[in-house]
Ligand binder design. Structure first.
Ligand code: ATP
Ligand code: MG
Length: 558
């Protein structure tokens, strides 16, 4: 019996697509406008990528547009460097913001609207301390109590608010609060804070302001100013929706609507800018774009493609329940992509010299091999072959276990796209360390023209000593040793001390030395690699993006 596949396209819609489709069908909007609203207090991470794909994806699917809006209302933690990195990350992912905007551009409007609230008796200046405010807030089951400042007249509040803005009070001296309902079952509605005093320099508005709007006052109004139709945020903002609607209703402005979806996190990673910043500042990684970081810039430097990250976001989908995606899925997506697109090359990470004793000295022949069997259009290339070659140390064992198919004393192995060789002699130094192998080759076993009748089981990669070039290769492992580092008391205590392995004596095919930063290759049998910007012409540097197979998952299952 076969399971029938559903052909109903509507069945594949996620809940936000359903909402958008019904809004469009009901004629509520002519077209939709979404926004991605990062706070520029760090570099974007893989969790943000899911939000970017969701917001831009909806607009693309339904013919709308998406604004990139910086939620830059906290001058203390925000920097221009982060703004620049966020713009470049969003564009690199393949999305084009309709407009790039800043909540700070709305500071005057937000201030004017706050005065409207005050004059309507819907906001007041409160001189209580943070502790006093908290103490009067009540509990989920118990109503809060009124602040002694709750019934100040609108005129007096207006004068006080203007003083706040004029810089007449120090930080924390007072706040502006909405006057809503201290008995509301929704704690967020118990006279939420709208403005706080912060005498701090802002990366865009400089010293023009010393009062800054809270998220709840800035976000919905910014959405409304831009006529955002669907304002999508993560679940923890669900209780804020009532306040979001209240503010818009008080002002009678464009009714943007807030919808919530569940955060997406990735195993073996932390997705919090604050935590990632600690890793950078404490020197646990080389920077925000360290290839081990779950930041978009880290993945880019590691060799992930925009398509692989979009595919990952697509596969984990959109939902209402928090989920931790398996990092193996992300690795699967990049393998799928690079398998199709990347050129194959040989590299030897840990070289062992092999002298082919029956091959004429000083002679070089050229052997043909495919650039990418998945894409015959990429053609073939020529490999130099001669008397001295290098193979991986790992591909030789002096005392092999049964079923070892690579090279061992007296054994045969095929050199990929070349000849079959036999190990005749193992040469060691005084300390007993293997320094080279002496092998013979079978002249009639040339790949494609093999008449030898020999069938060695193993095939290994190799490089000619005559033209191999040196390179540094960086191998990466999980940055954390546990699946959910954020749940640990000190997430940094779970860092993997072996997350970076630098190999400074690797060998590569000669044309790889001219590859440009970011170019990607499959090193046969070793994985996918990309050129790191750290490299020079003399010493190119390659990052391993991902291994060819999911060896980690297999090891974990053992
Ligand atoms: P962080 O703790 O990393 O700073 P944040 O939510 O405070 O996260 P913002 O810059 O405010 O970061 O986020 C911009 C947008 O990205 C928001 O709409 C937010 O909800 C969304 N976002 C952030 N992290 C995730 C995540 N892990 N999964 C899905 N969306 C996320
Ligand atoms: Mg935040």
């Amino acid at each position: 019996m076969s399971i029938e596949k559903t052909t109903d396209p509507a069945a594949a819609l996620h809940f936000l697509e359903e909402i958008v489709e019904s809004d469009l069908a009901a004629g509520r909007y002519k077209s939709i406008l979404t926004r991605f609203p990062p706070e520029p207090n760090g570099y974007l991470h893989i969790g943000h990528a899911t939000s970017i794909c969701l917001n831009f994806g909806l607009a693309l699917k339904y013919g709308g547009a998406t604004n990139l809006r910086f939620d830059d209302t906290n001058p203390v933690t925000e920097e221009t460097e982060y703004v620049d990195s966020i713009i470049s990350d969003v564009c690199w992912l393949g999305f084009e913001p309709a407009r790039i905007l800043y909540a700070s551009d709305y500071f005057q409007q937000l201030y004017d609207w706050a005065k409207v609230l005050i004059m309507n008796g819907k906001a007041y200046v409160d001189f209580s301390s943070a502790e006093e405010i908290a103490a009067l807030k009540g509990t989920p089951t118990e109503a809060g109590k009124d602040s002694p400042y709750r019934n100040t007249s609108p005129e007096e509040n207006l004068a006080l608010f203007e003083k706040m803005k004029a810089g007449e009070f120090p930080d924390g001296h007072c706040v502006l609060r909405a006057k809503i309902d201290m008995a509301s079952p929704n704690m967020i509605m118990r006279d939420p804070l709208l403005y706080r005093i912060k005498h701090a320099h802002h990366h865009r508005t400089g010293d023009a302001w010393c009062i800054y709007p809270m998220y709840d006052w800035a976000h919905g109004q910014s959405d409304s100013i831009e006529h955002i139709t669907h304002s999508i945020c993560t679940l923890e903002f669900a209780p804020h929706r009532e306040l979001y609607d209240w503010c818009i209703a008080q002002l009678g402005i464009f009714p943007s609507k807030q919808y919530e979806f569940a955060r997406r996190n990735v195993s073996f990673a932390v997705t919090s800018k604050r935590k990632l910043k600690q890793l950078v500042e404490d020197g646990h990684v080389r920077g925000w774009d360290d290839p081990r970081m779950p930041t978009i810039s880290g993945y880019r430097r590691r060799g992930y493609t925009p398509a692989s990250i979009r595919e990952f976001c697509d596969r984990i989908g959109v939902g209402k329940r928090e989920m931790v995606a398996d990092m193996a899925l992300l690795e699967f997506c990049i393998r799928e992509d690079l398998n199709k697109s990347s050129l194959r090359r040989f590299a030897v990470l840990d070289p062992l010299k092999v002298v082919i004793t029956n091959y004429p000295e000083g002679e070089t022949e050229w052997l043909e091999t495919e650039n990418n069997p998945e894409d015959p259009g990429t053609g073939k290339r020529q490999l130099a072959f001669g008397r001295e070659i290098f193979i991986e140390q790992d591909d030789f064992m002096e005392n092999p276990p049964p079923k070892y198919f690579r090279l061992s004393p007296g054994g045969l192995v095929r050199l990929k796209s070349a000849y079959i060789i036999k190990c005749e002699e193992v040469i060691k130094d005084a300390a007993g360390k293997i320094t080279e192998l002496h092998c013979s080759y079978v002249p009639e076993s040339r790949s494609g023209q093999d008449t030898s009748g020999l069938k060695p089981q193993g095939v290994i990669h190799w490089l000619s000593a005559s033209n191999a070039r040196k390179a540094e290769v960086r191998l990466y492992d999980r940055l954390f040793q546990v699946e959910d580092p954020a749940s640990e008391e000190d997430f940094k205590s779970t860092l993997n001390p072996k997350s970076l392995q630098i190999i400074d004596h690797a060998l590569i095919e000669p044309d790889l030395a001219d590859a440009k930063s970011g170019e990607q290759f499959q090193f046969t049998r070793l994985g996918y690699f990309c050129v790191d910007p750290d490299g020079t012409a003399e010493k190119p540097v390659f990052n391993r993006t991902v291994t060819l197979k999911d060896t980690w998952a297999k090891e974990m299952k053992k």
